[in-house]
Design a protein around this ligand. Sequence first.
Ligand code: G3P
Length: 223
Amino acid sequence: MKLFLDTAEIDEIRTVNAWGVLDGVTTNPTLFSKIKGKTYDEVLQEICAINKGPVSAEVVADDVDGMLKEGRHFAKLADNIYVKVAMSENGLEAMNRFRAEGIKTNCTLIFSANQGLLAAKAGASLLSPFVGRLDDINEEGMNVIRELVEIITIHEIEAEVLTASVRHPRHVTDAALAGSHIATLPFKVFQQMVHHPLTDKGIVQFKSDWETARAAIAANAKG
Ligand code: G3P
């Protein structure tokens, strides 16, 4: 499963990219609103220069012409831009038009397998169900991932399922087991995946034992 970072923070992207585990980046207006002193275009260009995987840039217009204008602009910023379009009737039309122009899209705000199926048929390359927000309203977000992955597989549809609204490491494991092609994670979840209390404790113990052994060797050598 590919792992994307769900952020517009350049430092976070540099960090995870340096680990060698970063396959792409997703941004949205909420994530961009946390960045101060840069335009969205500037942030996107910086991200695309760091990571060559898909980088999602979200349109905010709700009419088709507006979506097309914003999306065409983003697509010119870098070759690895995917235009993120919210699920809607106009969104479907815009994704269909983007497909005709060779512009790749990520359909966002998907909350059912049927929405995902429609987005795939309209030409979206990436289908983004939001698991955390479904869990928030007492639904089982991961069910949408399971159903959509199965539909994509049975019907040999080219689109990839991108598990979004990931809130904790368990979501990542479950998405991987469900066959999700991609999951996009906040930086904090990447960090949580790295750490385990027994790993961290073990590192401290190994270091301490090493120092003890070195001290003993040094004492022996002195004689
Ligand atoms: O990728 C979509 C994601 O940013 C939404 O996450 O936690 O706001 O539901 P959340």
